[in-house]
Write a protein that binds this ligand. Structure first.
Ligand SMILES: Cc1ncc(COP(=O)(O)O)c(C=O)c1O
Length: 398
C-alpha cells in the first residue's frame, strides 16, 4: 500500500472522460500544426559564449549583464519605460498578479484568460470578478459598482485557444473612466500583430498600464517579461515571489534576446505570409463546415468540436495523415468546447519545408496540400454545433 495508490484510479477517471494527457511520439515527417512558434524561430540554434546558468536568484548573485540587455531590448520594442524578465509566462503572470493586486482590490478577469492569470489572481487575495469573454459592458458595470481600494482589468490581447481579441480601445476608455489599471497579456500577439510585431496594443494605439510578453512563442526562446514604468520593475523585483524566490533566467537565452527582437521587427514579409496562410486555412476549414469561432483572426484557428473523445479521435486521424494538431480539452478550454487548435508556423511555408509535402504537385500551395490531407483523413465531427467559446457564460476558473 503506497500513499500514491489513488493516483492510478484518478488517472483512469481522466482517461474515461477523454481528458488524459500523455506525451505523443511523432513520426519524423509529421507536420506540426499546433505550436506557438509562429515565426519558426524556435529551431534556430543559439551561437553564444554566454554562461549557461545564473547560479541563483537575481536578488542573490544571479544577476547578469545579459539579463539587463534583454530587458532593455524588450522594453524598447514594446515602447515601455522598463521591463523585468521571468523564467516563463506562467511565472510572470503569477508573480505580477499576486504582487500587484492585494486584499481590498478588485480584479476583473476575462472568462477565457490563461490559467497563469487565474492562478495569479487567486494568490493575490483580491476580489476577483470573472466576466464573460470580451464583454466590455460587463466590465464597465463591475467597475461602476466597485468601492474597492484599487481596480484592475486583466485580459489577453489575442486569446490563445480562440484566436479572438478584445476591443482594447474600449477597455482603455472604461478603465480611464473608472480609474482602473489595464493589464494586457500579449503572449500570443507579440511578433505576430502590429508594425514590427509590437502587438495588438501598439496596433490599436492603446497604452496598457502593464504589458506581459513571452519569449517562448514568436521569439522562439523561453521565458517572459513584464513591461511598464520603471517603478513597476522595482516593485516586482522586490515583491513578485516567482521572481524573488527563483533562479534567474539562463544568460544563454537572455543573450539571444536583443538579436531575436531585431530579426523579428524586420521580418514583416514573414509575418504577412503567416497571416495570408492563416486566412487561407481558416477559409478552407470553414468551407468544410468546421465550427471556427466568430471574429477569429490571425494564426490560431480552432475547430470547436465539443466532446473530448471526438477531439482526440480527430487528432489521431489527422496524425495518421501526417498532420499533428493536438486535441485541446478541459481544463485548458471550458467544458463542451474541446477542439482542434490549428496554428501555423511561418517556417513551414518556406520552400525547403514544403518538401515534406513532396507527394503534392509543385504548384499546389502549402495550405491546399494541408487541406487535402484533412479531406483524406475523413474527419467526422458528430455535431458541428458545439458552442463557440465566445458564446459561453463565465466558466469556473480553469
Ligand atoms: C496568454 C498566455 N500567457 C502566459 C502563458 C505562459 O507562458 P509560458 O509558456 O512562457 O509559461 C501562456 C502560455 O501559452 C499564454 O497563452
Amino acid at each position: 500500500m503506497s500513499p500514491l495508490d489513488h493516483l492510478e484510479a484518478a488517472l483512469a477517471e481522466l482517461d474515461e472522460a477523454g481528458r488524459l494527457r500523455a506525451p505523443v511520439s511523432l513520426p519524423p515527417d509529421a507536420l506540426v500544426l499546433c505550436s506557438n512558434d509562429y515565426l519558426g524561430y524556435a529551431e534556430r540554434p543559439l551561437e553564444t559564449s554566454a554562461p549557461a546558468g545564473s547560479g541563483a536568484s537575481r536578488l542573490i548573485s544571479g544577476d547578469h549583464p545579459h539579463h539587463r540587455a534583454a530587458e532593455q531590448a524588450l522594453a524598447g520594442w514594446v515602447g515601455a519605460e522598463d521591463a523585468l524578465l521571468f523564467t516563463s509566462g506562467y511565472a510572470a503572470n503569477v508573480g505580477l498578479m499576486s504582487s500587484l493586486a492585494a486584499r481590498g482590490d478588485l480584479v476583473i478577469s476575462d472568462a477565457l484568460n490563461h490559467a497563469s492569470i487565474i492562478d495569479g489572481c487567486r494568490l493575490s487575495r483580491a476580489e476577483v470578478a470573472v466576466v464573460p469573454h470580451r464583454d466590455v459592458d460587463a466590465i464597465a458595470s463591475k467597475l461602476a459598482g466597485s468601492v474597492h481600494r484599487r481596480r484592475w482589468v486583466v485580459t489577453e490581447s489575442y486569446f490563445s485557444m480562440d484566436g479572438q481579441s478584445p476591443d482594447l480601445r474600449s477597455l482603455r476608455e472604461v478603465c480611464d473612466a473608472h480609474g482602473a489599471g489595464l493589464i494586457v497579456d500579449e503572449a500570443h500577439a507579440l511578433g505576430v500583430f502590429g508594425r514590427g510585431g509590437r502587438g495588438l496594443c501598439a496596433e490599436a494605439g492603446v497604452r496598457a498600464d502593464v504589458l506581459v510578453g513571452t519569449l517562448g512563442k514568436s521569439l522562439g526562446l523561453q521565458g517572459a517579461f513584464v513591461a511598464g514604468p520603471a517603478v513597476l520593475r522595482r516593485w516586482l523585483w522586490n515583491r513578485a515571489r516567482s521572481f524573488v524566490f527563483s533562479t534567474g533566467p539562463s544568460p544563454v537565452i537572455s543573450a539571444a534576446v536583443p538579436d531575436r527582437v531585431t530579426t523579428l521587427i524586420e521580418d514583416e514579409a514573414r509575418r504577412a505570409r503567416l497571416h495570408d496562410a492563416s486566412d487561407a486555412l481558416r477559409a478552407g476549414l470553414r468551407a468544410r463546415g468546421a465550427n471556427v469561432p466568430t471574429d477569429n483572426h490571425g494564426p490560431v484557428v480552432p475547430w470547436i468540436l465539443g466532446g473530448e473523445t471526438e477531439a482526440v479521435e480527430m487528432s489521431r486521424a489527422l496524425l495518421a495523415r501526417g498532420l499533428f494538431v493536438q486535441a485541446i480539452r478541459p481544463p485548458t478550454v471550458p467544458p463542451g468546447t474541446a477542439r482542434l487548435r490549428f496554428t501555423l508556423n511561418a517556417a513551414l511555408l518556406d520552400t525547403a519545408s514544403n518538401e515534406t509535402l513532396d507527394s503534392q504537385p509543385q504548384e499546389t500551395s502549402f495550405i491546399d496540400a494541408v487541406l487535402e490531407r484533412i479531406d483524406a483523413a475523413e474527419l467526422r465531427p458528430r455535431s458541428n454545433e458545439g458552442a463557440a467559446c465566445s458564446e459561453l457564460a463565465p466558466t469556473p476558473p480553469r
